[in-house]
Design a protein around this ligand. Structure first.
Ligand SMILES: NC(=O)c1ccc[n+]([C@@H]2O[C@H](COP(=O)([O-])OP(=O)(O)OC[C@H]3O[C@@H](n4cnc5c(N)ncnc54)[C@H](OP(=O)(O)O)[C@@H]3O)[C@@H](O)[C@H]2O)c1
Length: 274
């Protein structure tokens, strides 16, 4: 049985870009009904619009929303999380409840310091969640049981794929999957630049590059075949593909992408430290 069956409530604290994207996915997938969602944010005018868009209850009082909650999704900016959670009233309101934070760099240990009596989950979604194609990694803290974790995985499954990871891997996941869309956009732009240089219209070049990348990514996910094998399958001896690949290798594309992820993971490990 889902931990949110019946008339239980999911409270969203911070209804900005990511918060609304996740909310939209959850409602669209029918995981919860609008009457089971309560959103809280500082911006009263934006809340009115949000409430109308999704037919959900809203408030500017985080505490009121937290008290009504069974599960809380914290979607404020990382530097705002302490101010939201670190009060005696909030500790009491969230005691015994499941609290999921998507704030980058805010560790489970920090969350447990603020909310020692809550079941904590740290999540790292990414921006393709805005179109239901996200990738969310989730780590469980002390006191989070399998049912709560399964619920959280299912919740984020409504905006793409979700997977449980150990928190020790959160920095590399932040780099690969959180920062990853920016890397992919750079690749799309660069491939399109090459095509424009060879005479293709910019708009067509961008849409072709994006569709090609989407199709290739889906092939990897759907077939489960290693990308190197799929690459070899389209590389005719003496053909144009191998000519293009060797030029890219000459430019160090493989090393540039891999070390970009490495560097982003290093930077992610420093997030939330002062
Ligand atoms: N965007 C991404 O790619 C991405 C990926 C993974 C994780 N995340 C995480 O997602 C979180 C949200 O990011 P976002 O891009 O959605 O930010 P956002 O659009 O700024 O949304 C945050 C919302 O929280 C509100 N807020 C601020 N302080 C509050 C408080 N004390 N109580 C209630 N609401 C409050 C903000 O209002 P104001 O605008 O008035 O401050 C804003 O509406 C961040 O922690 C980020 O690390 C984002």
């Amino acid at each position: 049985m889902s931990i949110l069956e019946g008339n239980k409530t999911l409270t969203l604290i911070g209804a900005g870009t990511m918060g609304e994207a996740i909310l939209r996915g959850i409602l669209r997938a029918g995981k919860l009904g609008p009457s089971q969602v309560f959103a809280s944010d500082l911006r009263a005018d934006a809340l009115v619009d949000l409430g109308k868009r999704h037919s959900i209850r809203t408030t500017t009082d985080n505490l009121e929303a937290a008290r009504a909650a069974t599960v809380v999704l914290v979607c404020v900016k990382p530097h705002q999380v302490g101010a939201v959670l670190n009060t005696d009233a909030m500790r009491e309101a969230l005691s015994g409840k499941v609290v999921i934070s998507i704030a980058a760099g805010v560790r489970l240990q920090q969350l447990a310091h603020w909310l020692p009596a809550s079941a904590l989950i740290r999540a790292m979604p990414n921006t393709p969640a805005l179109i239901g194609e996200g990738m969310t990694a989730l780590s469980r803290g002390k006191g989070t049981n399998d049912a709560a974790m399964a619920f959280a995985l299912d919740l984020f499954g409504s905006v793409g794929r979700s997977a449980e990871i150990d928190e020790a891997q959160m920095d590399v996941v932040t780099a690969l999957s959180g920062s990853g869309p920016a890397f992919a956009f750079l690749v799309i732009e660069s491939l399109a630049d090459g095509a424009v240089k060879m005479g293709l219209r910019r708009e067509l070049a961008i849409s072709m590059a994006a569709q090609m990348l989407q199709g290739s990514a889906r092939m990897v996910l759907q077939t489960g075949v290693h990308p190197a094998v799929l690459k070899d399958q389209v590389t005719t001896p003496g053909g144009c593909t191998i000519a293009g690949l060797s030029k890219m290798e000459e430019g160090g594309v493989r090393h540039a992408l891999a070390s970009g992820v490495e560097e982003a993971a290093r930077a992610a490990s420093k997030l939330g430290q002062g």
